[in-house]
Design a protein around this ligand. Structure first.
Ligand code: SF4
Length: 394
């Protein structure tokens, strides 16, 4: 984003929106947020702080002192899922980051002994003498599971070995590993102690799933939005590697969906590629972002096509949509438009025989009935794309 010919961050204010031909009239509060977001964007652009420094510190944590986190942003999640987050921050640098609202100024810290906390959590929840309820363990909602900081240090490998050892010690365990990742094939082939991530997956393939996380946009835009993430074709190559090894990897998190890119061409080629890689289910999620972050994301879109930027603001900034917010005030696109976009997406993917699972918050906000998207769909997926059949034997 620093070398886009002719690109210079601008002040997104009332005059800017009018010049762009935006038809909605944002409230004063929203305009203020756009202006302060523009100022922050310009400062970070000038100071080179838009993407994370590709370095990280190493630390040790006290496994007994960690407070386990349940993955439940909306208070409505149907599955009790424990979070696994071995790095504070993330080297991937997504400009819309769902965790940091696109902020990547903090120093990254990787916890070398994080696996000891995972061991404690597994023992407490699903070990001998524990309640042993059905639990997903989500690796990783707050950072990328397979990034330099977790791969080159062996942190990711040690975490996976903890699960393998747990399942060996506790064959009756009702723990299941849910991985959502932007990793490519080369990340899964990264070795530690002679074992690759894929090798470790294969040793617990009936108790885990690998869900690629990717969205509908041109590669050039993805390179700006997710600067250090694997390209689409590499992520799908990772899916194929898993499937060839018999590891469940046939559901994708399709997020964040940037509504102006939802043209028939982009939607069609994207889902054809997923379908071609063996993906049979997807969890669609529209971009949610604080208004400050929208002032930056919109301008990136505008570099490609000013009309796309106008469309983005027209989908988000109307006063009637101001209360349509997920965690931390992240605004979602207009509900009526969202229903329309989802309907046309499902019409296309329905022809490919793909099923859809949806976040419970989105379901409630958009009033999507279980007739349209069942809580657990025909392929056994629910919510984020949790595969309920992973518990078939317990
Ligand atoms: S991979 Fe996830 S945690 Fe990392 S920057 Fe992107 S959205 Fe944030």
């Amino acid at each position: 984003m620093y070398n886009l010919p002719g690109f210079e961050p601008r002040l997104v204010d009332k005059a800017y929106l009018e010049n762009l031909g935006v038809t909605v009239e944002p409230s004063e509060e929203t305009l203020k947020a756009l202006e302060s977001g523009s100022d922050v964007f310009r400062r970070r652009y000038a100071e080179g702080l838009l993407i994370p420094r590709q370095r990280y510190g190493l630390a040790e944590l006290d496994p007994a002192a960690v407070t386990p986190e349940i993955h439940n942003y909306t208070g409505r999640c149907p599955a009790l899922t424990w979070e696994i987050n071995p790095v504070r921050g993330c080297t991937v640098g997504c400009q819309y980051c769902l965790v940091s609202d696109g902020v990547h100024e903090q120093e990254l810290l990787a916890y070398e002994n994080y696996h000891l906390y995972v061991r404690r959590l597994l023992d407490e929840q699903n070990g001998p003498g524990s309640p042993n309820e059905r639990h997903y363990y989500y690796f990783s909602p707050k950072t990328e599971a397979f990034q330099e900081a977790t791969l080159y240090t062996g942190i990711a490998h040690r975490i996976l070995r903890e699960f393998i050892d747990h399942f060996r010690r506790c064959p009756e365990s009702r723990a299941r590993l849910f991985i959502a990742s932007k990793a490519g094939a080369r990340h899964l082939e990264c070795k530690d102690g002679g074992e690759s991530i894929l090798d470790l997956f294969a040793r617990m393939k009936d108790r885990m799933q690998f869900n690629t996380s990717v969205s509908i946009m041109p590669d050039a835009f993805r390179d700006i939005l997710e600067p250090y993430a694997a390209p689409l074709d590499e992520r799908l190559a990772a899916v194929k590697l898993c499937r060839e090894a018999g590891i469940p990897a046939n559901s994708a998190l399709v997020q964040p969906i940037i509504t102006p890119w939802l043209t028939p061409e982009h939607t069609g080629s994207f889902f054809d590629a997923l379908h071609g890689a063996g993906i049979i289910n997807y969890k669609p999620e529209f971009l949610t972002a604080c208004v400050e972050n929208l002032a930056m994301l919109g301008q990136y879109l505008g570099w490609f096509d000013k009309d796309l930027e106008r469309k983005l603001y027209d989908d988000y900034l109307m006063p009637s949509n101001e209360a349509h917010r997920k965690q931390r005030g992240r605004i979602a696109p207009d509900k009526e438009k969202s229903r329309g976009y989802l309907k046309s997406m499902m019409e296309y993917t329905g022809k490919l025989g793909m099923s859809v699972s949806i976040c419970y918050w989105v379901r409630k906000q958009l009033g999507i009935s279980e007739d349209i998207i069942p809580l657990i769909n025909s392929n056994g997926f629910q919510c984020l794309g949790y595969q309920s059949k992973l518990f078939a034997d317990v």
